[in-house]
Ligand binder design. Sequence first.
Ligand code: PLP
Length: 377
Amino acid sequence: MYKETLLMMPGPVPMPETVRNAMTKQAMNHRSKDFGDCYAEIVKILKPVFGTSNDMLVLSGSGTAGQEAAIGSFAKDKKIVSLVNGKFGERLGLISKIYGPTQMLESEWGHPLNLEGLAESLENGAEVVTMVHNETSAAILNPAEEVGKLCKKHDALFILDGITSIGGDVFKADEWGVDVAIVGSQKCLAAPAGLAAVSVSQKAWDRLSENRPFYLDLKKAKKSADLSPMETPTTPAVPLFLALRESCKLIEEEGIENRIARHQKMSAAVRAAGKTWGLKLVPQVDALHKASNTVTGFFYPEGIEDSKIRGACKKMGIEFAGGQDRLKGKIFRIGNMGIIDTPEILATVAAVQMCFKKTGYKLEGDGLSAAVEVLSQ
Ligand SMILES: *Cc1c(COP(=O)(O)O)cnc(C)c1O
């Protein structure tokens, strides 16, 4: 390909040049001041992005490593409730089942969570709650604050996957009572894939599990991070740390409020386009559940094949996501995570509109104009 594909996926996402270049550095000793300074700078910048003053640890491994580290370190052999309304909530539940007795409270993907069921489970002694804040598979934003309140009321640990909200949407770990929050590097942080950052409350440390995983033991990660200079227990993915530091610097430069406002505006433009086209949003929203501000999902109209739209856009050089598992072939999802801004949104909305036109399908209205309207505000 003579030009780069425009990645409009809900992760991985396009990376700024300084981030990419950071990965070409010569190898360094990871038990050095240079590495420790890099780790420290990442943590310093990410804490306010998480809305926390708790400990923060960076793990070599994708977002799932962060999920498993959290559950393996704090939920082993405890009574766990996993809220599920999509692929990633389900994943938290499947990991939980390996570590302790788990009740999966499942809703249809993209539908509101079963909060009544959760309250009942907490009454009956559930000790740990797992949940996904921004459920990427169904493009729905789940009510973290409400669930945090329930966990606090019943003194349960709250493990929250903020993998596609942290760095792109409002996230207030401490205010919401989140004990363990998780982010992945290749989503809203616009860094390369392969790192997870996890924040841990004192309440969680006080309830550390006896038997923990070896590689993903957060206690060991903390012991190394508490050294000066900061370290990791085993050899970290140094080039990824160096790249993540550059991403963090750019987040600090933009300002997290501005960054969140940009994500909200870009997703609003995509939603406006879809509404004008007459497409149905994937998430079933209510007073507590909202459409995601970092990824937007639409159902395909009857008779439209995934390959006709997504395949044709990819051929044009714009790639976005389809559905996962049970939603495969039924939906498409446009991400606006990281550094995605007006030009990328305009190009993507225009490409989708063109591809529908080419199939002969008559969309209800001019979604591109609707997107322009939102982006001009
Ligand atoms: C991407 C993602 C993950 C983790 O996926 P990895 O492929 O392990 O990085 C977890 N939760 C959510 C909500 C995600 O979007």
